[in-house]
Design a protein around this ligand. Structure first.
Ligand SMILES: Nc1ncnc2c1ncn2[C@@H]1O[C@H](COP(=O)(O)OP(=O)(O)O)[C@@H](O)[C@H]1O
Ligand code: SF4
Ligand SMILES: [Mg+2]
Length: 384
């Protein structure tokens, strides 16, 4: 817990790219300037997602099926994941986060778009080539209570991936490998013959993580890995994941609906709304200089421990329900809940790009945001 909190404190204090911030008026922006050191060199992306789309067909009729539309679960998403970084993806339930995870894992076939793993489009692969890529992209699931087969021992659960990829661990080596993995995730290697019900939620998630590590992947996609756990246990699991990231040079995509959890572990954060990416940037850019109204609303709902900051912060209460992804609003999808919406928002789809007013300015506000009227709003307390 102490380590977790320390990371949180560091995240607030450390602004490594910004040597000086002249914060004139955060609500009118434009003038908001910061002097930034050389941009972070992240190297080559390990994963490049381009215009990724997943539409689930909606049909009627039992015998003769007729297409009557589509659930636009993911509707044109692009982002990069860099070697060794953690990209957080946040958004309300139903916005398409798990669908993105399944597409990256090639568990679902994309309707269109590309996913390049080290330059190779994995959406077009099959057979042996696909199998080789799958080994390198593994997943940790949300609910450790249902994602582990209750009838299998821990040893069989963790070692199961070796059935598909025997080249990683020949039969004679598997027991030792699984015991090493138990040790790596902080569990007693003697537990190899126990069953999932003999473990707590946090321990079960450690088993899920051990299974994710079994094939020595380069990327791990974590779909709400701590959402089902108590807060104190969440901290332990996140600390473990950070430790493993350093140890095995892993790149993470960390999905959550809670912005406060994502901040602790993420280098960059993408905010999703109704199948699209609303805003993406470094953790500092998103948490301290959010320019998209949806991000600002999510941040205003994050609990603030400091009573003084809490007293000054503005709560943005979103009205209305999330529209159906089968029939998203025209123009900007957020417009039915946005307090800033204007005529243009119903006709023109805002592109995810650095807003024109910030382009060429050395300010943390100059990050990608899909809003026609992007401006920084200082959501008081969001940075605490
Ligand atoms: N197999 C499916 N068939 C039809 N619709 C689906 C399917 N899987 C997900 N959806 C729909 O796609 C949308 C996004 O779902 P999901 O990716 O699970 O969102 P999240 O993980 O953000 O909660 C939801 O409206 C969901 O009902
Ligand atoms: S484009 Fe318009 S509706 Fe969409 S977030 Fe921006 S101001 Fe709101
Ligand atoms: Mg989900």
């Amino acid at each position: 817990m102490a380590e977790f909190n320390k990371k949180a404190d560091d995240a607030v204090d450390a602004t490594p790219n910004v040597t000086e911030v002249v914060h004139q008026d955060s609500s009118t922006t434009g003038e908001l300037e910061a002097i930034i050191d050389a941009p972070v060199d992240r190297g080559e992306p390990i994963l490049q997602v381009r215009n990724l789309v997943k539409h689930y067909p909606l049909t009627t009729g039992v015998v003769i099926k007729r297409h009557v539309g589509a659930v636009k679960a993911v509707d044109g998403i692009s982002f990069d994941l860099y070697q060794g970084e953690t990209l957080g993806i946040v958004g309300e339930s139903g916005c398409g986060k798990s669908t993105v995870a399944k597409l990256l894992m090639t568990l679902e076939q994309a309707t269109s778009g590309e996913v390049f793993f080290k330059g190779q489009d994995i959406t077009k692969l099959s057979g042996r080539a696909l199998k080789a890529v799958r080994r390198n992209i593994q997943m940790v699931f949300q609910d450790p209570y249902t994602s582990l087969n209750p009838r299998m021992t821990v040893g069989d659960i963790i070692g199961e991936p070796y059935e598909i990829h025997p080249e990683v661990a020949p039969k004679g080596d598997r027991r030792k490998k699984v015991q090493d993995l138990l040790d790596v995730v902080g569990l007693n290697p003697e537990y190899i013959h126990r069953y999932p019900h003999q473990f707590s939620g946090g321990q079960r998630q450690r088993i899920g993580i051990a299974r994710g590590l079994a094939l020595n992947p380069e990327i791990i996609i974590c779909d709400e890995p701590v959402s089902a756990l108590d807060v104190s246990v969440q901290a332990q699991v996140i600390n473990l994941m950070e430790k493993l990231q350093d140890e095995f040079n892993l790149s993470y995509i960390f999905i959550a609906h809670d912005l406060s959890i994502v901040r602790h572990i993420s280098d960059r954060v993408g905010v999703m709304y109704l199948g699209k990416m609303a805003e993406i940037g470094s953790d500092e850019e998103i948490y301290e200089y959010p320019t998209h109204p949806y991000t600002q609303a999510l941040l205003s709902a994050v609990p603030v421990p400091d009573p003084e900051a809490r007293a000054h912060r503005e709560r943005i209460i979103l009205t209305g329900d999330v529209p159906s992804p089968a029939n998203p609003p025209s123009g900007c999808r957020f417009r039915t809940r946005c307090w800033k919406a204007e005529e243009k928002c119903s006709t023109d789809v805002p592109l995810l790009a650095i807003p024109e007013r910030f382009r060429g300015h050395e300010t943390p506000a100059a990050h990608e945001s899909a809003c026609h009227f992007a401006e920084v709003k200082d959501v008081v307390g969001a940075a605490s």
